[in-house]
Ligand binder design. Structure first.
Ligand SMILES: Cc1cc2nc3c(=O)[nH]c(=O)nc-3n(C[C@H](O)[C@H](O)[C@H](O)COP(=O)(O)O)c2cc1C
Length: 292
């Protein structure tokens, strides 16, 4: 009976209506009806593919809030999002824009805490939840890292040494952008804060690990925009930390064997956008339907 105890799978029989939804959403297929007709957890060998995925779908799907698992109680879960969420998301995705000029002040800690709490629920392959988030939400702390990284990048550029995707031409353009769009900082676009998703990336699940990081990056970027913050997703700054300024990366305590492909700079925007853009990408959408 060991594993059942470890999951603390509990059915409140005074509420359960025996609808079977928990069984039918159980990713690990470890739930079944017991002889009394109520759901129960079967014996299993291990967590993951050989057992409970820790996805909590049983708790989340139960229409009457009868199931607790891992000591998580349904009354402590957030309710379903409002019906208008689809429209909100359409608007958010259409109207969010990259921001490369930020106000030089820290974001309210409560907002950052609330976003990071939501980020705990971001999806990961096999619900492995192994992606880690490094967040610098103090602008002075970030400035220390920026100083090291920027000086290494600058010194390399003087020798015409760049990250793998850069060259004299691209670096020259970026340098020029410091006068306008990037506000004195081609490296982090003057963002007061950074969010970095990273994960140990080895073996046959290495591609999943990279995808976990990229999905987390996209989720966090959208969350920031939903909270009225500005963001830039930056591959260039990740390249600088990975290739030219390992000292700066070490200051962030990101292990050497972790993949780190993108960095999100975030903060209060200096410039607010008044409307969405109209990217015309219909030709890139391959939709198979009856054409009506
Ligand atoms: C994978 C990826 C890498 C990016 N790297 C950078 C970068 O290094 N520096 C930068 O200023 N913007 C970077 N961006 C932001 C894009 O330039 C930006 O999304 C694009 O120009 C479209 O603008 P929009 O986000 O306002 O629609 C990156 C975006 C993505 C998705």
């Amino acid at each position: 009976m060991g594993m059942e105890q470890k999951t603390h799978f509990v059915v409140d029989k005074s509420k359960c209506i025996k609808c079977g939804k928990c069984l039918n959403t159980c990713s690990g297929m470890v739930l079944g009806f017991g002889p009394d007709g109520y759901p129960r957890m079967k014996e299993f060998e291990r967590f993951g593919w050989r057992g409970c995925w820790r996805c909590q779908h049983c708790l989340a799907v139960c229409p009457v809030g009868a199931i607790s698992i891992f000591d998580k109680k349904p009354e402590n879960s957030l309710p379903k999002p409002p019906a208008k969420m689809g429209e909100y998301m359409d608007s958010l995705i259409t109207c969010r824009r990259s921001c490369r000029r930020f106000l030089d002040r820290n974001v309210d800690k409560k907002i950052v805490t609330s976003m990071l709490s939501a980020m705990e629920a971001a999806p990961t392959g096999g619900n492995a939840q192994s992606v880690e988030y490094t967040v610098i939400d103090d602008k002075d702390r970030l400035h220390e890292i920026w100083r090291v990284a920027y000086s290494k990048m600058d010194a390399a550029a003087r020798r015409h040494v760049y990250t793998h995707s850069f060259s004299d031409f691209y670096y020259g353009k970026m340098k020029e952008s410091e006068k306008t769009v990037r506000k004195d900082d081609l490296l982090f676009c003057g963002a007061p804060h950074l969010f970095i998703a990273h994960e140990r990336c080895v073996g046959k699940w290495a591609e999943d690990s990279k995808a976990n990081c990229n999905i987390a990056t996209a989720y966090f970027e959208l969350l920031c925009n939903a909270h009225g913050l500005g963001t830039t997703i930056m591959s260039y700054s990740a390249e600088v930390l990975n290739e030219l300024a390992p000292e700066a990366r070490a200051m962030l305590n990101i292990p050497k064997d972790h993949y780190m492909g993108l960095i999100v700079g975030f903060g209060y925007p200096e410039i607010e956008y008044a409307r969405g853009v109209q990217k015309d990408r219909r030709a890139k959408i391959h939709r198979y339907s009856d054409g009506r």
